[in-house]
Design a protein around this ligand. Structure first.
Ligand code: HEC
Length: 99
């Protein structure tokens, strides 16, 4: 087997990964930036990691993020809310279901 044919599958997989990751990371970064810019003046991890925290599913988390966006007068779009939900879920909640 030549070296080229051995390396090709890895190369293709690598290219696919490079196409996929930047889009996912951009959304993750936007969620993080939105949260850090607007929400951390009141809380960071404690609200999400306290023993009796309130969001018990991805849907509840979404509702609370949407609610806080409204309370804070931010009026985030659905896409912005989603990004923050993904960020918080990835960092704290780790719900496996999707919205
Ligand atoms: C004025 C202060 C304040 C601001 C601003 C604020 N929060 Fe909160 N947040 C709180 C407090 C206090 C709690 C805990 C009490 C509660 O759950 O009602 C909380 C709880 C939460 C929870 C529930 C966590 C859980 O699982 O129990 C979420 C989610 C949340 N905030 C998201 C956000 C997001 C997103 C923003 C930014 C748009 C934000 N908050 C801005 C004060 C704030």
């Amino acid at each position: 087997m030549s070296i080229v044919s051995m390396k090709l599958p890895g190369l293709v997989a690598g290219c696919l990964l490079m196409l996929y990751i930047p889009a996912a990371l951009a959304e993750f970064d936007r969620g993080q930036a939105l949260y850090e810019g607007h929400c951390m003046k009141c809380h960071e991890s404690w609200a999400h990691t306290r023993a009796n925290h309130k969001a018990k599913s991805i849907g509840e988390l979404h509702n609370r993020v949407a609610g806080w966006s409204m309370h804070s007068g931010l009026d985030w779009t659905e896409a912005e809310i989603d990004d923050v939900v993904q960020y918080l879920n990835h960092r704290f909640y780790q719900f496996t279901e999707q919205l």
